[in-house]
Design a binder for this molecule. Structure first.
Ligand SMILES: N[C@@H](CCC(=O)N[C@@H](CS)C(=O)NCC(=O)O)C(=O)O
Length: 213
């Protein structure tokens, strides 16, 4: 990674939030470029030249360019191994990925802005859209909470944050935005509280980004 890597993001994008946390844990920084998702800049011709998928985050480092937050995070982890974002043994690494993918593949895509915009276009009102988001987050959180209760805290897999926590914390932010009751999720709330004490997580919070509104 050069000194001039660029991260395209948006303060409230939970996928970009994951990458910001990973950069912070690694002690790395990148130039931030902000794509205003609410204004639709992600589908404007200028940004589509950068990322034809019209989504953030996007990573550019010289001629190397990469979409998908988990791919970016694993790339950062491989190129900057300390501190590792995946835990010590194969079983633990697989569980960390299981949790990360439950967030990134099962929860997040169904509540993405373009999905909510599409629901709006076909006449679904805001309370129903919020209930939709809550429903899918709840299903994913139920599964994650059950898994976490088998594992030592305070983080997902013990005493240091991993890829699992990097995915859980932004999803908690999103769950709160959509008014999901987090009372049943003691382990998830514990991870959120433990993470908030770490500067890498605190500095990545949406409210602390330069494009926050
Ligand atoms: N699987 C992708 C998801 C990227 C994604 O959907 N990002 C959202 C923000 S969290 C986005 O750009 N949404 C724009 C839209 O839905 O129009 C990743 O993990 O990077």
């Amino acid at each position: 990674m050069s000194d001039h890597a660029t991260l395209y993001g948006y303060y409230r994008s939970t996928a970009a939030y994951r990458v910001r946390i990973a950069l912070g844990l690694k002690g790395l920084s990148a130039d931030n470029k902000f794509i205003h998702l609410r204004k639709g800049e992600q589908t404007g011709p200028e940004y589509l030249k950068v990322n034809p998928a019209g989504l953030v985050p996007y990573w550019i480092d010289g001629s190397f360019h990469l979409a998908q937050s988990l791919a970016i995070i694993e790339y950062l982890d491989e190129t900057h191994p300390e501190p590792p974002l995946l835990p010590g043994n194969a079983e633990q690494r697989a569980i960390a990925r299981e949790i990360a993918l439950t967030v990134a593949s099962d929860i997040h895509p169904i509540g993405n802005l373009r999905v909510l915009n599409r629901l709006n276009q076909i006449g679904v009102d805001e309370p129903t859209r919020n209930a939709w988001s809550q429903h899918w987050i709840k299903l994913g959180f139920d599964a994650i909470e059950a898994r976490l209760r088998e594992l030592p805290g305070p983080f997902a897999l013990g005493d240091r944050p991993t890829l699992a926590d990097i995915c859980i914390v932004p999803q908690v932010f999103n769950a709160r935005r959509f008014g999901l009751d987090l009372a049943p999720y003691e382990r998830i709330r514990g991870i959120d509280a433990a993470s908030a004490k770490l500067e890498a997580f605190a500095a990545a919070e949406p409210g602390r980004q330069a494009d926050a509104e």
